[in-house]
Design a protein around this ligand. Structure first.
Ligand code: NDP
Length: 616
């Protein structure tokens, strides 16, 4: 734990005691540490496999197996796959096949259709290819159907439906040196050959269930939020869950997903019980339709600029502005200014006025800004939630970015409804599940329906996430190669896995707007493929030296992520609070910040010699 009580900057103006808060944060964190870490969760298989059934397609789909060859095979039809397809098409690559186990494009937005699902990052930043698609999101924070539609529109515009194979899971991927092609087999007995494979399996894609005692016994209806059962609840992603009016509903989990669907459950269910282990921080949402006046002022290039602006602010930086005041007042040049950037904006204001602070003091200013923000959020909870005990239990005592920050204007209000009960487990989780319901502190809550809002599997094992192993040159398995941690060059290439590109958080920069990283990765691999076509190269592979260098760069920044997250309340960001963070969501990522990472890639492309890659 970092040193808590040595603020050297003036704290006398604060209306809270930072030392007392440090103690409270540490107390709340420590009581939540579970020795099993990720082991507290269980795999969804066997009797639980119905939890991952796809409700959005008609059952019984069949097709003949396909055996053929394509130039590029993309695994995953979410934004990573779509961006890869789009950039490759722009570069003139015709022969592309996308495979996804879902029934359509959309990735996370295909699966997560729960009521109220919405992107909590500004749509003008998160939705990719806005200028290319000539599309302006309808609202500042898009709801899930709009994002799914945008995904489908990208696929249409870039002809990615050609050759796409849905409801198809990869079972095996093997490099055949004799033909210099990947051979990909699927659960539909396909056998595809491909010169290149882009693996965009997605992050947080496999729903997880807690290993709560008796979980298999529950006799009522049950499902996971990422497979919402509208046949049972009625309604749609917009809410109106009519069929719940005579149902006692329980929901386990109060993360970013639960915060969005609980208002709809509270509105519809006869009784709603929310089983909470750790409260989310829930700040104002303030959503609004997109202003036509704002749109009218946008200039070409605005989208990328806004994406950069968001990440620069979140990394604690100060975006460069045009010099003349008039231009600086233009909307498209304005900072993204919302609950994500608030803490950083206010710290930046203080730091601008006090340029002589030491680096340690600057860190203190940022820490105190975070505490101040979280105090505001806790006071908001107090102001909204009428019952004192409930309000107290809903207050989040940790640093704002220890968990996904949430923003909602109806969530806290839901606890004022007479049919809604918060069952706070004091950080300990649900004790037991019985045939009839859920037990906490010796009280059994009888339920007709139990919903798991318990999130998704996390681990550094990229291949266990994807569900298949990748066998490269000399029969080397990726699972074996990466068993002690990721090893890549620039996150995209790994030696002995020629012509294979890894997308997602694979020794890359972690962005809060994930599509930004995916876009950069897609552009980068497109550059490489384009270069290879121009130079008639057949294979590309990282050199050992380049990979070793990149791994050392990653290691040299590791303590940045480690120091920040280890003081956090347990969660998937920090390996459930276990020290060493070498297996958490952020394990092995580039700690130097997104802009620096993107610049490394850009400079490398501009240099032009493809240093670190061996082309044949
Ligand atoms: P999370 O992993 O964030 O939340 C899981 C919840 O389940 C937590 O509240 C957790 O408590 C709780 N839980 C787990 N086990 C138990 C137990 N035994 N008893 C009681 N409670 C338990 O999953 P989400 O689906 O909410 O979110 C996953 C991610 O998806 C987010 O972090 C975000 O990245 C993304 N997301 C993004 C959105 C967007 O707008 N772009 C919207 C929604 C989700 P505890 O905190 O104590 O572990």
């Amino acid at each position: 734990m970092a040193d808590a009580h040595k603020y050297t900057v003036d704290t006398s103006h604060l209306d809270f005691d930072p030392d007392a808060l440090w103690d409270k944060y540490a107390y709340e964190r420590d009581k939540r540490i579970i020795k099993e870490g990720f082991g507290q969760y269980q795999d969804i298989k066997g009797d639980f496999s119905h939890f991952i059934d796809d409700h959005y397609v008609k059952a019984g789909f069949t097709r003949e197996p396909i055996k053929d060859e394509v130039e590029v095979l993309i695994i995953g039809g979410g934004f990573g796959g779509l961006l890869t397809g789009a950039h490759l098409r722009d570069a003139g690559v015709e022969d592309i096949r996308v495979i996804d186990k879902a029934g359509d494009f959309g990735g996370t937005w295909y699966w997560n259709r729960y009521p109220g699902a919405q992107c909590d990052v500004e749509a003008y930043v998160y939705l990719p290819l806005l200028e290319e698609m000539d599309y302006i999101p309808k609202e500042r924070y898009s709801h899930a159907p709009e994002i799914l539609k945008h995904s489908i529109n990208i696929a249409k515009k870039y002809n990615l439906y050609d050759k796409a194979c849905f409801q198809t899971e990869v079972t095996e991927m093997r490099w055949d040196e004799s033909i210099k092609r990947w051979v990909i087999k699927t659960d539909r007995n396909d056998e595809f050959k491909a010169q290149f494979v882009a693996m965009s399996n997605g992050l947080l894609t496999r729903p997880k269930l807690p290993g709560i005692k008796g979980i298999e016994k529950f006799q009522g209806h049950t499902f996971h939020t990422s497979r919402w059962d509208y046949d049972y609840t009625g309604g749609s992603s917009e809410g109106d869950l009519k069929k719940l009016t005579n149902k006692r509903v329980g929901i386990i989990g109060t993360g970013a997903t639960a915060v969005q669907c609980i208002p709809h459950l509270g509105e519809a269910a006869q009784e709603l019980y929310v089983f909470q282990r750790t409260p989310s921080s829930v700040d104002v949402r303030n959503n609004a339709p997109t202003s036509p006046e704002w749109v009218a002022k946008l200039e070409p290039g605005w989208h990328r600029k806004r994406m950069d602006n968001f990440e620069i602010l979140l990394a604690g930086g100060q975006p460069k502005k045009k010099k003349d005041d008039k231009a600086a007042n233009k909307n498209d040049d304005a900072d993204v200014d919302d609950g994500w950037t608030d803490v950083h904006n206010s710290a930046n204001q203080i730091l601008k006025q006090r340029p002589k602070l030491t680096p340690e003091q600057k860190k203190e200013v940022r820490e105190l800004s975070d505490m101040k923000k979280m105090e505001e959020i806790r006071r908001r909870t107090e102001d909204i939630v009428e019952d004192r005990e409930t309000a107290e239990a809903l207050k989040a005592y940790y640093w704002q970015f220890c968990k996904r920050p949430c923003f909602h204007d109806e969530y806290l209000q839901t606890y004022n409804l007479p049919n809604v009960t918060l069952v706070d487990t004091q950080g300990q989780g649900v004790d037991e599940i019985t045939e009839k319901g859920v037990v906490v502190n010796g009280v059994e809550y009888e339920l007709d329906c139990l919903i798991f809002a318990t999130g998704f599997e996390v681990g550094s094992n990229y291949t266990s996430q994807s569900g298949y192993d990748v066998v490269g040159r000399d029969k080397l398995s990726l699972k074996d190669k990466w068993k002690n941690g990721l090893s890549t060059f620039h996150g995209l290439f790994s030696k002995n896995f020629p012509n294979c590109f890894f997308l997602g958080f694979t020794q890359t920069a972690v962005t809060q707007s994930v599509t930004h990283t995916l876009d950069e990765q897609a552009q980068h691999l497109t550059y490489v493929i384009k270069h290879m076509r121009e130079h008639e190269s057949e294979t590309v592979e990282a050199t050992q030296a380049a990979e070793d260098d990149w791994v050392s760069i990653i290691e040299s920044h590791a303590d940045v992520l480690e120091t920040h997250f280890i003081k956090c309340t347990p969660g998937y960001y920090n390996n459930e609070g276990k020290s060493g963070n070498n297996n958490g969501f952020l394990a092995g990522q580039f700690g130097g910040g997104p802009q620096k990472f993107f610049k490394i890639l850009k400079d490398w492309r501009n240099e032009g010699s493809l240093k670190g890659l061996e082309l044949k």
